[in-house]
Design a protein around this ligand. Structure first.
Ligand code: PLP
Length: 420
């Protein structure tokens, strides 16, 4: 028996995705840049896949840049914008005339500034840290106890020198949905007073296929996605780059992907990603609220709450709109997450600790830390992440096994009851 509840770490590729990957490896194996018939067929598949990704996002195919995954897409967005901005005189971003009106010396250097949040994925936080080393000022906006972004703090952080804001759509550890509409309004207000606003990048990895994602409606300039989080292949992703956004590439070479990402395209991966996007679009059209996933999530939380004493939800309640339909983060006082993961896995239930899907480093989660949880609370948490493939029967079975495993671990640690 295997119950897979770690879909935010990765998902099982859909059978149609596997077929598309195999076909690209065996039939359309030409180089999309070649002029012969095989090359032309490969180019056609590349274009078709780009269109499928663009349709899911409601953008133009020319605005999609294929990458090796969301890590690269996030790096390209952040480092690419920052380095393109550096390549220009700062005054072209800051509006020389406005500076003169304000009596500052034209061209006087202010420290260029970037904003992100304290709860981003490492593939966002690390590029910002590198930029800090390069002399940029970075503001990391805080979240509250529920993991929700402090919009007032975001508004205060914005400055005329701010070049880029990067916020995720759905947090990968807690499922918290950032208030993108609120962020948009903060940016609109800022633009009204300053005459310009920073570019806005969104890491939408955990939102794609679960929530309607429409960057144009929200005024998002750059948006990252990953194939393997949505039943596509690993090692492929994409960055939406709004038409007029200037980016400096990270990878230089033959000029593929409009010069933004050189290198022969990973056509098998891209074909699989295209199919995954098409299926995600069809699924969302049939169930726009992702109510199937929401039902599973509620079943899981209700089962845990009713049968495991002291279990604590990390993040907003399931009935609020502020949480994604597929992620549940729960603390089990008197246990350790990594022990639960091992015990559960031995019994066929696969989940993750609260501390992310990005590495095997046993560092406490920075996301739960930013929400003000104590280290012992962080270490006692588990993340459950669902997919359309899970069933109600699996959730009931997982709850029953979890109840036994938590009781077993607590009997070893001597936990007697609530500890708060
Ligand atoms: C929110 C978020 N952003 C980015 C990534 C990185 O994606 P990839 O594995 O495609 O590099 C992940 C997954 O680890 C994620 O959950």
């Amino acid at each position: 028996m295997s119950i897979y509840l770690d879909n935010s770490a990765t998902t099982r590729p859909a059978p149609s995705v596997v077929r598309a990957v195999e076909e690209a490896l065996t039939v359309q194996y030409g180089n999309p840049s070649s002029a012969h018939r095989l090359g032309v067929a490969a180019r056609r598949l590349l274009d078709e896949s780009r269109t499928r990704v663009a349709l899911l996002l409601g953008v133009s195919p020319e605005e999609i840049v294929f990458t090796s995954g969301a890590t690269e897409a996030n790096n390209l967005a952040i480092l690419g914008v920052a380095r393109a901005a550096r390549a220009l005189p700062l005054s072209s971003y800051d509006d020389r005339e406005r500076k003169e009106r304000e009596g500052k010396a034209a061209g006087a250097e202010s420290r260029p500034h970037l904003i992100t949040t304290a709860v981003e994925h490492p593939s966002v936080l690390e590029p910002f840290r590198r930029l800090e080393d390069e002399g940029w000022e970075v503001t990391y906006v805080a979240v509250d106890r529920q993991g929700q972004l402090d919009l007032a703090a975001l508004s205060r952080a914005l400055k005329p020198e701010t070049v880029l804001l990067s916020t995720m759509w759905v947090n990968n550890e807690t499922g918290v949905v950032h208030p993108l509409q609120g962020i948009r309004e903060v940016l609109i207000q800022f633009e009204k007073t300053q005459g310009r606003r920073p570019l806005w990048h969104v890491d939408a990895v955990q939102a794609l296929g679960k929530l309607p994602v429409s960057p144009r409606e929200l005024g998002i300039d750059l948006l990252s996605l990953s194939g393997h989080k949505m039943h596509g292949p690993k090692g492929v992703g994409a960055l939406y780059v709004r038409r007029t956004v200037r980016l400096q590439p990270l990878v230089w070479g033959g000029g593929q992907e409009r010069g933004l990402r050189s290198g022969t395209e990973n056509l098998p991966g891209i074909a699989g990603l295209g199919v995954a996007c098409q299926e995600a679009r069809e699924r969302l059209a049939a169930d726009p609220e992702a109510s199937y996933l929401r039902r599973l999530r509620s079943l899981l939380w209700d089962g845990i709450r009713e049968s495991i004493p002291g279990a604590r939800l990390h993040g907003p309640g399931p009935d609020t709109g502020a949480v994604a339909p597929h992620i549940l983060n729960v603390g089990f006082p008197g246990t350790r997450g990594e022990v639960l993961v091992r015990y559960l896995s031995e019994r066929g239930v696969h989940v993750a600790t609260g501390s992310a899907c990005h590495s095997r480093r046993p560092e406490p989660s920075h996301v739960l830390g930013a929400m003000g949880l104590r280290p012992d609370e962080i270490q006692a948490s588990l993340r459950f992440s669902l997919s359309w493939e899970n069933t109600e029967a699996e959730i009931r079975e997982a709850v029953a096994i979890l109840r036994e495993v938590v009781a077993e671990v607590r009997s070893l640690t001597g936990w007697k009851g609530r500890d708060d």
